[in-house]
Design a protein. Structure first.
Length: 388
């Protein structure tokens, strides 16, 4: 089940970031601006903000059916992008995939809670999160290979094939019975009330807003921001590839180590400070060498913030885990929407754009202090019943 979920999770990211490594080429091919191509990526956080809560409620009540629907819709959106070689069809496909994405990604905690023993769930969340970043790697690899306008069709076709195969595998795997029982929350909006009335969940939502926003902004506009410094699209794709590859390694390893030693809060602070310093270096001295070093470190230390926060959410949220995860993802994507949109407005001023992205990450540091009281003396999240 974890492997089947990982395939669909990776596919959503391949489709999400199809055009990020080739922003300039795609803008020329479709006859639109670079900012318009950026919205092929930005519709994902936009729809996540709107649909995260409904998707979480559906997963809490009808987990199997909702996750299967998300996988199928992802494949349908991938196919829609193949219908016509114009911006309208590509945008239509992206919107359908963006609608499906919350049904898939909100299910990370649900998969681990239903199919893994409690002691294995942090590792399962780390693997599930790493798989989504692995999908980003595939997207940037494809962007590094298919760099010309006439190759955009092949780029889109590969994404459609990957999403179709992944959907079939997951739908078949979902016939597997749950290994662990899961109490469904009351009908209606009760799950939302349970999750939102929890002060700890609200604080995690505020915390995840900023680092997720920085990451989305960098993956969306790094290629365009580095181009004035002489970094071509092929080199930018490789830089972004290393950024996410480092993130996959970080997500697969660091959250598990942090949970074992009680370093979750230290890891969150380290990632935010690293992102700020890396963006500051790019603002002051943009170029390929600085980008290689800065974005690789940002990927390694900032991206693990997501599985760390999701693991905290899974341990704390109980029966409303899907809705709680939806709140976390919604806040992160809202951060992505706000920060990426702000950076996009500054795309013609790379230094200012990188500085804004770095400051956004740094704002997470004081918010970490807000969740310190919820940690016991051994720095593990309290397992007592949260305040309703």
């Amino acid at each position: 089940m974890v492997a089947a979920f990982a395939m669909v999770g990776a596919a959503t990211q391949v489709l999400w970031l199809s055009f990020a490594p080739v922003t300039t080429v795609a803008a020329e091919h479709y006859g639109v601006s670079e900012s318009a191509i950026g919205w092929l990526t930005n519709v994902f956080p936009l729809f996540y903000v709107v649909l995260a809560i409904p998707a979480g409620l559906l997963l809490d009540r009808w987990f199997t059916q909702a996750l299967a629907a998300g996988a199928v819709l992802t494949a349908v959106g991938g196919l829609l992008r193949l219908i016509g070689d114009d911006f309208v069809w590509v945008l239509t496909g992206q919107i359908v995939i963006a609608i499906a994405q919350p049904l898939v990604l909100n299910a990370i905690t649900g998969i681990t809670g239903r199919y893994l023993a409690e002691e294995d769930r942090p590792a399962g969340i780390a693997i599930g999160s790493a798989s989504t970043f692995a999908g980003m790697i595939i997207a940037f690899l494809l962007g590094a290979v298919f760099t010309d306008a006439e190759q955009l069709g092949a780029l889109i076709a590969i994404g459609a094939a990957l999403s179709g195969i992944a959907a079939v595998v997951l739908v078949v795997a979902l016939r597997t019975p749950f290994a662990f029982s899961h109490r469904r929350p009351p009908a209606g909006l009760a799950a939302l009330r349970i999750a939102w009335n929890d002060d700890f969940i609200r604080r995690l939502c505020a915390l995840v807003f900023f680092p997720f926003g920085t990451f989305v902004a960098l993956t969306t506009f790094a290629q365009a921001l580095l181009e004035p410094a002489g970094v071509d699209s092929g080199t930018a794709s490789i830089i972004l590839l290393l950024n996410v590859l480092a993130g996959v390694v970080g997500c697969a390893v660091l959250p598990i180590v942090a949970a074992r030693h009680g370093w979750e809060l230290k890891m969150l602070v380290l990632g935010a400070i690293t992102a700020f310093l890396g963006c500051l270096a790019l603002a002051v001295a943009p170029g390929a060498i600085v980008a290689y070093g800065s974005l690789t470190l940002i990927g390694l230390l900032l991206l693990p913030a997501l599985p760390i926060v999701l693991a905290m959410t899974e341990r704390w949220s109980g029966e409303a885990e899907g809705t709680a995860a939806g709140l976390i993802w919604m806040s992160g994507n809202l951060g992505g929407l706000v920060v990426a949109a702000t950076v996009g407005l500054l795309v013609d001023h790379p230094g200012s754009a990188f500085l804004v992205a770095g400051i956004a990450a740094l704002l997470a540091v004081p918010l970490v202090r807000g969740i310190v009281p919820y940690f016991s003396s051994d720095t593990e999240v309290e397992t007592a019943e949260p305040t309703r």
